[in-house]
Ligand binder design. Structure first.
Ligand SMILES: [Fe+2]
Ligand SMILES: [Fe+2]
Length: 267
């Protein structure tokens, strides 16, 4: 087992621009940064809302080791029948227990077992979710002995909820990363007991947009309060996330660096 592990954790991947960028570049990015594990939030990867089995398989085939989801988990009709067969995909763990899908996934790289889970926040979120704090406590109790490194993602609107969640799990997990706002925050740090933290990883996809959607329809929708259709945008495609260096023996973080790459050739 190696002494440290490098993990690239990418924020919400939006639509075809994100899929195409990840598929064509992730192998080169892994080589360039010596990355062992890649995790992506895929809740917006199919047309900006939800994910299909085909797109999950596409990302996995390109070198993504684990896919997390969020409040858009069930937006693609039929995915509830497919998620159970996708061992590398996890749904929000604090949804009702009757929901299908893994509440955490484990991927093994170079003899290191990496566990990851995602929970939904409850402040300003329109979903029926159980307490994210208690949910991750229970997962750690049930899975702790079986993994070397554990990562907890908090998919939430309110920065305060994410920060509280980070402090609560300081020293208990290797990293707490936030997703859902699609805007990368500049508050990455190692908390005092060794947990890497960032409030939001940001978005993978078109940044010439309103959090991934075409600009003008969103402006019109906000001005007129009418349900105007907006497509996934196409301009200024970037991958945003964080690079984590984890000490395998302690299961805690040595380093966290914000990650942002524009579309280019990585070969
Ligand atoms: Fe999202
Ligand atoms: Fe979300």
């Amino acid at each position: 087992m190696q002494s440290q592990l490098k993990i690239l954790y990418l924020g919400d991947a939006v639509g075809r621009p994100a899929r195409d960028f990840i598929v064509c570049s992730i192998a080169g990015i892994k080589r360039m940064h010596d990355i062992d594990v890649v995790i992506v939030n895929g809740e917006n990867v199919t047309s900006g809302a939800g994910i299909t089995r085909e797109h999950a398989e596409l990302l996995h085939g390109a070198g993504v080791d684990a896919i997390t989801l969020g409040d858009h988990v069930w937006d693609r009709h039929g995915f509830e029948n497919d998620i159970g067969g996708l061992s590398y995909v996890c749904r929000p763990a604090n949804l009702p227990s009757e929901c299908p899908g893994n509440v955490f996934v484990v991927c093994e790289k170079k003899g290191v077992r990496v566990g990851v889970c995602i929970v939904l926040g409850r402040v300003f979120m329109k979903v029926n979710a159980a307490c994210p704090f208690q949910t991750v406590d229970e997962i750690l109790r049930s899975s702790g002995a079986n993994v070397d490194v554990f990562l907890a993602e908090i998919h939430a609107e309110a920065t305060s909820e994410k920060i509280a969640f980070g402090w609560n799990f300081d020293g208990k997990v290797a990293a707490v990363v936030g997703t859902h706002t699609h805007v990368q925050t500049a508050d990455e740090r190692i908390l005092p007991k060794g947990t890497a933290y960032i409030s939001d990883l940001g978005m993978c996809g078109p940044h010439e947009s309103v959090i991934g959607r075409e600009i003008l329809p969103i402006i019109h929708r906000m001005k007129l309060s009418m349900p105007i259709k907006s497509e996934v945008a196409t301009g200024d495609v970037r991958l945003n996330g964080a690079l984590l260096t984890i000490d395998v023996e302690s299961g805690l973080a040595k380093k966290i660096t914000r990650f942002s790459e524009k579309c280019r050739n990585f070969e």
